[in-house]
Structures are given as C-alpha cells and as structure tokens.
Design a protein. Structure first.
Length: 281
C-alpha cells in the first residue's frame, strides 16, 4: 500500500513539476516584447500582399518584392540594424497575422477604433487624399455639394472609402459594390457619375483608363491616414522606435520620394501628374 502511495505521490509531484516548467516557459515566451524579439533574432518580419501595387509588387520572374511597403521596410530594418523577412499575407488577414505573431509590422494599414482594440498602430506615415473620379464634363463640386441625392457615386463596400462616404455623404446616391474594379465598371457603364478613390488608386486608374473621366480633389481636402500595424502590447519600445523612424523619414522628404518613385516605376504615373493640392503629409 505504501509503495502504491509513494508512486502516486511521485507521479503527482512529477506532473506538477512538468506543468510548472511548461508554464514558466510559456510565460517567458509570452513575455518577450516585439523589440526584444527583433533584437534577439536580428530579423524584422514584414507582411506583404501580392497584387497590391503600388504598395506591394512581386516580380513574376525574380520573386523580388518592391513597392512602398518593401522600400519602407528595408529602410526601417536598416534603422533597427536588422534584416528583413517578407511574409505573404492579405489585407484581410494582416490583423490576424499580427495577433498570431507571424509578422512584426504591416505597412499601409488604416487605423480604425475596432482595429485599435486588436493591434497597435504607428503615427501616420502619410496622408492618402480622398478624390472623386468623375465622368468627363461632370462639374467640379465640394464635398458638401456631393452630399445630395442627385450625386450618383460608386464605392467598394467595406473599404476606407466606404467608411468615408458613410460619414461624409449620407445623402448621396451611393452604390456599394463588392470590389474597387466593380465600382469602376459602374462608372464606365454610366450607372454612376463618380467613384470615390484615394489618390494612390485614382492616379493609376486614370493612367490605365485615360478616357474614363477626370480626378477631382473636392474641398475641404480630406485624407486617410496611412499607418504601420504592429502587435498589441503594453511595452512601448518597439512602437516608439517605429514612430521615431516615421518622423525622421517625413522630415527628410524620403516618404514622398518613395511614393512618387514607386508610382512612376510600378504604375507609370509621373510625379507631375499629381494635383498640386496633394502633399502626402
């Protein structure tokens, strides 16, 4: 009987020890901050999206990544004195991949109250101006003038443009369609008069389809802040380092330079074609 009790006691003690060890290891792993992990591994894991030109572009021949995101990522990694590792994701999965510790940063994200509950965001990298691409001959309007039932406007549902339209143009005749291309087709077919697009989508569209219409930048000039998504954590070291990099790049003019260079290289949009009211600041 005593032998059986001793065995049971040993098993219980051994199991408790294993549990305690596993718990300690899990706590240690969980406690590692983003900055500690990046410094330990010497790697910055960056989310990239195939087909999201000019933000992200993957060469079919070399598999090399280019675009705003990779260019910004390489510069940030250089600032942190680490290497870059690209991890393919989607815009829809980026938040989940940050939460799952698959990536450290995601360039080009829009900060929303709902997302702020799940991930951290940097200060804005640049401002992506809201525009209207309107059919040829359509009169110039302010945002207030667009906010009327006779304004037939298309937008892709669930996008930042859709959120903007819901707030700014509640009285307009909005056609919420499943994708940006579907919203463009509505403009092409004459079902709507204008399509809401941020400037970095509007300019490539006009380059690709020059006869579709013209770009308007309604007043007051409004823009969507473009940020860097990061993992949610209470430690602020990594976020502070990223924000210092953002401030440095903005002051040097490098942000605007990278945007214009990639718009020209990947979308064929000349820097001189941007409206003078668009500053990316």
């Amino acid at each position: 009987m005593k032998s059986q009790l001793d065995k049971k006691t040993f098993r219980a003690a051994f199991g408790a020890a294993l549990f305690a060890t596993a718990s300690c290891l899990a706590t240690f792993a969980h406690a590692e901050t983003s900055m500690e992990r990046v410094e330990r591994t010497k790697v910055l894991r960056v989310g990239v999206v195939n087909g999201a030109t000019p933000y992200y572009h993957k060469s079919l021949t070399t598999n090399e990544w280019s675009g705003f995101g990779p260019d910004f990522a390489k510069d940030l990694a250089n600032d942190l004195k680490v290497d870059v590792k690209y991890v393919e994701t989607t815009w829809g999965n980026a938040v989940l991949d940050l939460q799952a510790d698959k990536i450290d940063v995601m360039f080009g994200m829009a900060s929303t109250p709902a997302r702020q509950e799940m991930v951290n965001f940097s200060n804005p990298i640049f401002q992506n101006t809201y525009t209207m691409v309107c059919k040829n001959g359509y009169p110039e309007k302010t945002w207030d003038q667009f906010n009327s039932p006779d304004s037939k406007i298309s937008v892709d549902v669930g996008s930042s443009m859709d959120n903007f339209a819901t707030t700014m143009l509640p009285n307009a005749a909005l056609s919420r369609l499943e994708s940006t291309s579907a919203a463009t087709m509505a403009l092409q077919s004459g079902r709507v008069d204008c399509q809401i697009l941020v400037i970095l989508l509007a300019q490539p569209l006009l380059k690709k389809l020059p006869t579709i219409g013209t770009i308007q930048v309604p007043t007051p000039i409004l823009a969507a802040p473009v940020t860097i998504g990061m993992q949610k954590e209470t430690d602020t070291a990594f976020k502070e380092a990223v924000n210092r990099w953002v401030e440095k790049e903005q002051k040097s003019g490098e942000i605007r330079k990278v945007i214009l260079m990639n718009m020209q290289k990947l979308a064929g949009v000349e820097p001189s074609s941007f409206p003078t009211s668009v500053k990316f600041e």
